[in-house]
Design a protein around this ligand. Structure first.
Ligand code: SF4
Ligand code: SF4
Length: 360
């Protein structure tokens, strides 16, 4: 299978999590990051993995996240410059702690933009604001937008959050910036579902966000798995967005010191469950398990990765899938190749336009 796929398929994005150290210690952080964590990838490893990843013709983005990627200082600038030299779009995801004022924000952002940074995402919300005030988020975001890059403030939360995307949009600095600054169009605010990772935390979500595959045809396959891959601070390559990988051992693909990343990437196509998730998504697979084992009860989920963690971590679901997957394997594999064919068609379109540089 590897050889055939090799010609047609590859990841669209690489996410580099060079450290789980962070200036914040948000309660629901998916990697349980914090100031006390010291593990950090050496500069040469980060650069080597970017060089290897750029050999995939399908690669469009490199994303630096963490942990707090701004703690990498000069290594981050060098890594952004390297990714950009391959014509890749480059995004940093940060909590904005460094934007204590406009001057400080400019001092951190200008070298990154000059190195080729094309997008900045700043995360905020109730948990983040225990460590980083929103004023820093808006200052950092406006500075990035003025430097000409696409900038997004992502408000993580739930129905019972105190701070919501609306509060960010009503902030006087944001309103003035959008109304009167020529860079206003570069800055947007979105809200994102904050997934609970602790059972004692009660996050209430809007009913409309509940992902019921029986009622919502949009609850489909996961495009992150097999299309994104992640480098972790412990030299592991991992599948998908990385959100749940520290909770799901099967998402880890292997050590980049021992294997070329191309080998690690293609090995995952030997895992039928990953292909099934790519085609149908975790919610529909859980429904399949429930049809075969009516004792399986699952709480409502509001995020596909929450459902994925349920699927992988509940032994009775795994067993039911193992006992019954033969029933769907031919159909899933047929739809997998169909999805690949469609992807190849759109990929051809992108491949025929040159890799995009500097914010286009
Ligand atoms: S700012 Fe982000 S990486 Fe840091 S602790 Fe909070 S959620 Fe985790
Ligand atoms: S749904 Fe599963 S496979 Fe997809 S991104 Fe989330 S954790 Fe990864």
């Amino acid at each position: 299978m590897l050889t055939r796929l090799d010609e047609h398929f590859g990841p669209e994005s690489l996410t580099v999590l060079a450290t789980y150290q962070c200036t914040a210690a948000c309660k629901e952080c998916c990697f349980e990051c914090g100031p006390h964590l010291r593990e950090r990838l050496p500069r040469e490893v980060i650069l080597d993995v970017i060089r290897q990843a750029a050999q995939f013709k399908t690669l469009r983005y490199v994303v630096f996240s963490g942990g707090e990627c701004f703690l990498l200082h000069q290594d981050l600038i060098d890594a952004v410059a390297l990714a950009s030299s391959f014509g890749l779009s480059v995004r940093c995801v940060t909590n904005g702690y460094w934007a204590v004022n406009e001057q400080a924000a400019l001092a951190r952002l200008k070298p990154l933009v000059e190195a080729g940074l094309t997008e900045l995402n700043i995360s905020t919300g109730d948990d983040h604001q225990e460590y980083v005030p929103f004023q820093r988020v808006i200052t950092g975001a406006m500075t990035a937008a003025r430097l000409g890059i696409k900038t997004l403030i992502v408000v993580e939360g739930s129905k019972n959050s105190k701070f919501k995307a609306e509060d960010a949009r009503n902030h006087p600095d944001f309103l003035t910036f959008k109304e009167s600054d020529p860079a206003g169009d570069n800055l947007s605010i979105i809200s994102n579902v904050w997934i609970p990772f602790h059972e004692d935390r009660q996050l209430v979500h809007e009913k409309s966000l509940i992902r019921n595959p029986d009622e919502n045809f949009k609850v489909q396959g996961c495009d992150n798995i097999l299309e994104n891959f992640v480098l972790t601070p412990s030299h592991q390559m991992a599948s998908c967005c990385g959100l749940t990988m520290e909770h799901i051992p099967e998402m880890k693909l292997g050590d980049v010191r021992k294997h070329p990343i191309k080998e690690l990437y293609f090995n995952q196509f030997e895992d039928f469950l990953k292909i099934w998730i790519y085609v149908d998504g975790p919610e529909r697979i859980i429904r399949f398990a429930q049809k075969h084992n009516q004792s399986i009860r699952v709480d409502n989920t509001v995020h596909p990765c929450q459902a994925c963690a349920t699927l992988y971590l509940r032994p009775e679901i795994r067993k039911t899938l193992k006992d019954n997957y033969q029933e769907v394997i031919d159909d899933v594999m047929r739809r997998f190749y169909l999805k690949l064919a469609l992807r190849k068609y759109t990929e051809k379109f992108f491949r025929e336009s040159p890799r995009i540089k500097h914010g286009a």
